[in-house]
Design a protein around this ligand. Structure first.
Ligand SMILES: [Zn+2]
Length: 422
């Protein structure tokens, strides 16, 4: 059961560049070596990882003559508040101008301890130096407008990103206090900070709740729960004649269409040499499993789901369907994935949108546009998607690890009539 290991992973992954380090530390401990994308075609059997843009990662376990690729994919970014360029607003108080990254549910961020993490560029002799940073202490909070404000959460009103959501850093203070705190945590002089990709994050550790502690309440479960499960599955999968791939992307929350997002050529650049060498049977026997959390049936709002009985937290992972193909699942990939899960005794459920409610999307279809292989979208059923603190069932984290491990170990072969799954 993974509750504490998951909470540790999420605590040490407050923003994508830092989450990437959390994963690469584990990979290196397990013997994976960093390689450059330029050398992928020349790599011998072994364990490697590649990084793009300092925040997206692909790791591979490469056998001598791979027969197929199986990819466990998830994303490392979460909805957040990006620190804007320029000085803090200083008067009686010092507040930090921010903008929305992805789609956080704004009012859920009020009155929580916030900290800052991401990447800074420092001036250095002969150039600039890149550093990731996590200040990792309660540095600010966003005060609720309170009872006197007509625009209060109790009225159901929405909040204004530019006015209501500025994190409060101090009483008094100076325009450079935020960057000074960031610099101090790096042990450098604040004047050396040239530019930054910094994000406010909710600095709270997860906690198990419920009669048996069966539910997990934690920030950034979307999608760090799946990133954690994919990493865990990848590192514990038995090597076989499959090219086993872990793909963790930045920028899913803002649409994936960036140099390092799932809509980039990153994954296809890494896989292409193996696809070419393996020929048609490699291509047709490969599988992309895209893991991103799914909306569970809400106890107070079952009407928001297509059916009131699926997916339920704790009853297994959700296979996601959409006629618009905002999810990559089709009859073939669902059948193959179900067979893999059945063999591994992992329970699966169905997620599909109510026909009159527009659903979400994720990276499966986007990544597969560049690959063209069998692809399935799955997720851990969760509540409060994109709130500052989200929840899921402890049992489903285990189910996700087991499902992804079984997928990476599966010997899938395209046959004349369908697929053989060994
Ligand atoms: Zn997600």
């Amino acid at each position: 059961m993974y509750a504490n290991a998951l909470f540790d992973f999420i605590e040490s992954s407050p923003a994508a560049p830092v989450a990437l380090q959390t994963v690469t530390k584990r990979l290196e401990k397990a013997g994976y070596k960093r390689a450059s994308e330029a050398e992928v075609a020349t790599l011998a059997e072994g364990k490697y990882y590649f990084v793009r843009g300092g925040a997206s990662l692909i790791a591979i376990t490469l056998p001598s003559a791979p027969k197929r690729a199986v990819i466990a994919a998830a994303h490392l970014d979460s909805p957040a508040l990006r620190v804007k360029e320029g000085a803090s607003r200083v008067g009686a108080y010092a507040s930090v101008p921010v903008e929305r990254y992805g789609g956080p549910i704004l009012y859920s961020w009020f009155d929580r301890p916030l900290s800052v993490a991401g990447r800074v560029m420092l001036s250095a002799e002969g150039g600039v130096e890149e550093r990731t940073v996590n200040v990792d202490r309660a540095l600010a909070y966003i005060p609720n407008p309170g009872l006197q404000a007509p625009n209060n959460a109790a009225t159901g009103a929405t909040f204004n990103m530019a006015k209501d959501m500025l994190p409060l850093l101090s009483v008094g203070g100076t325009e450079r206090d935020l960057l000074s705190a960031v610099a101090a945590s790096l042990g450098v002089d604040a004047d050396r900070i040239v530019s930054h990709d910094l994000f406010f994050y909710v600095r709270e550790r997860g906690t198990a709740v419920g009669k048996e502690g069966e539910m997990l309440l934690c920030p950034r479960l979307d999608d760090l729960a799946c990133a954690f499960a994919a990493t865990e599955a990848f590192l514990t999968a038995k090597p076989c004649d499959t090219l086993q791939v872990l793909a963790l992307f930045d920028h899913e929350e803002i649409g994936s269409a960036t140099e390092r997002g799932a809509d980039s050529a990153f994954l296809s650049d890494i896989l292409s040499p193996f696809m070419r060498a393996g020929g048609a049977s490699f291509f047709e026997s490969s599988l992309l499993v895209s893991a991103d959390n799914a909306h569970a049936v809400h106890p107070n709002h079952p009407e928001l789901s297509d059916k009131a009985d699926t997916p339920i937290m704790g009853s297994g992972i959700a296979i996601k369907w959409s006629a618009s193909h905002s999810y990559a699942t089709d009859a073939r990939s669902a059948a193959v994935f179900r067979a893999v899960c059945e063999k591994a005794s992992v329970p699966v459920q169905v997620y599909q949108n109510r026909a009159d409610i527009r659903g979400g999307s994720t990276l499966g279809t986007i990544a597969d546009t560049h690959l063209g292989i069998l692809a399935v979208d799955i997720g851990i059923p969760q509540l409060a998607m994109h709130a500052a603190v989200e929840s899921c069932a402890r049992a489903d984290v285990t189910a996700m690890v087991n499902a992804l491990r079984a997928s990476l170990e599966a010997r899938i072969v395209r046959t004349d009539s369908g697929y053989a799954i060994g």
